[in-house]
Design a protein around this ligand. Structure first.
Ligand SMILES: Cc1cc2nc3c(=O)[nH]c(=O)nc-3n(C[C@H](O)[C@H](O)[C@H](O)COP(=O)(O)O)c2cc1C
Length: 194
């Protein structure tokens, strides 16, 4: 699914999309079914932010809600479930609260397909998460913006370019296409007068 789906939960609706958990998650189920009908379920993935509260989205009882969602998605046989850990505030802030609950740990057993975790990971914590089978893959946001060759850097243990938060939502290519790759950095350093 394109940019990801936020399950907006404000329990004000009185129709079949409001009220109990089944009703509140109906829209997501319908979207998954419709999308899978067009592209095939093996080409549909869902991204969720279970403990997220960005833009006033949130739920007072996220555990039961998202366990239900993860179980339903598992039954539907979609390609993957991608979770944003709450500790990194979805990349919107510099907060990295290691004491926040782990969405991936919560839902690992409910979703039996491939699970992708994101939010506040670096090379070390990502490797640990994979080794402990917490997730099947790790996704990176901010680090990927600033490092066009992030996989290569992680493989080599090379230092990462620091991201510039001021350009994250700038609306131009600045801060998106101008971070140097490793080869450029190496070429630059060879040209520096000594
Ligand atoms: C500039 C920027 C734009 C983002 N846009 C989206 C988006 O459109 N949809 C989405 O699901 N997440 C979006 N995110 C969140 C990231 O995908 C990711 O979950 C978040 O940055 C946490 O991962 P990180 O700690 O590796 O950065 C965005 C993050 C940043 C920094």
């Amino acid at each position: 699914m394109g940019g990801g789906i936020w399950v907006a939960i404000r329990d004000h609706r009185a129709d079949r999309y409001g009220g109990d958990i089944v009703n509140r998650t109906r829209l997501l189920s319908e979207i998954v079914d419709a999308t899978a009908g067009v592209y095939g379920k093996d080409r549909v993935g869902v991204r969720l932010s279970p403990y997220g509260n960005v833009n006033d989205i949130g739920d007072s009882r996220p555990v039961s809600l998202f366990r239900h969602v993860a179980h339903s998605l598992s039954e539907s046989g979609i390609a993957y479930l991608h979770l944003i850990e709450p500790r990194a505030g979805a990349g919107l802030t510099e907060v990295n609260d290691a004491s926040a609950p782990s969405a991936t740990a919560l839902l690992r057993d409910d979703f039996r397909g491939p699970l992708i975790a994101s939010g506040g990971f670096d090379a070390a914590s990502g490797s640990t998460a994979l080794a402990s089978k917490l997730a099947d893959a790790i996704a990176f946001g901010r680090a990927f913006i600033a490092n066009p060759d992030l996989p290569e850097r992680l493989r080599l243990g090379a230092p990462l370019n620091a991201y510039d938060r001021a350009t994250f939502y700038g609306g131009t290519q600045v801060g998106y296409t101008d971070y140097p790759g490793l080869q450029e950095e190496a070429a630059d350093s060879r040209l520096v007068p000594t």
